[in-house]
Design a protein around this ligand. Structure first.
Ligand code: ZN
Length: 184
């Protein structure tokens, strides 16, 4: 299962909300790749994130994608020093307000309790709340778009010199390094 998840999804972004936006890869390329291709994929991603949802519907998937793109648009605007789109902000706040997840400390780790009847809304609410925390919190000046080839994924640059350029050293950072070596 963990193998399967890593093959389909990139789970290495340390910010939950940005890990969610990474369910589209190669955003800046000519052919961005959608990883949330059906409701079952959404369930798999949520489960891997610790947000167990018994069943996601096509409507849940649509809502999830809408939220994800709102987070991405706002994050990219902040990274560019621009004012975020008010429609995206509205979507983010609406999804956050609809969730009723309760935080819980379990076996020493932070987790979430979702309501049985509205588990998908609760899970999306957790993602929206995490996004609000990052997009409007003290670290918002450290939000960047990855400079990896075709990536443009969001990440939080908390490096001391604020000189991090890639969403992940293991993927985009390595790609760039290899390209440099290949140059004559
Ligand atoms: Zn990247």
């Amino acid at each position: 299962m963990a193998e399967e998840i890593r093959r389909v999804f990139r789970m290495d972004n340390e910010v939950l909300a940005f890990r969610f936006t990474a369910t589209v890869s190669d955003r800046a390329s000519l052919a961005p790749r959608e990883r949330l291709t059906d409701p079952a994929r959404l369930e798999t991603w949520l489960r891997a994130t610790g947000l167990e949802v018994a069943e996601a519907s096509p409507a849940d998937l649509k809502k999830a994608v809408g939220l994800r793109e709102a987070i991405y648009r706002i994050g990219s605007a902040i990274a560019a020093g621009e004012q975020p789109d008010s429609k995206a902000v509205r979507i983010l706040n609406t999804v956050a307000a609809a969730g009723h997840a309760k935080p819980a400390l379990e076996h020493g780790l932070a987790g979430w309790h979702l309501t049985k009847s509205t588990a998908a809304d609760d899970a999306l609410g957790v993602l929206a709340a995490d996004a609000i925390h990052i997009l409007g919190g003290p670290d918002r000046n450290h939000i960047k778009n990855c400079e990896g080839p075709g990536c443009a994924g969001l990440f939080l640059d908390t490096s001391r010199g604020a000189n991090r350029r890639w969403c992940s050293m293991n993927t985009c950072g390595n790609k760039v390094k290899k390209m440099r070596f290949a140059e004559p």
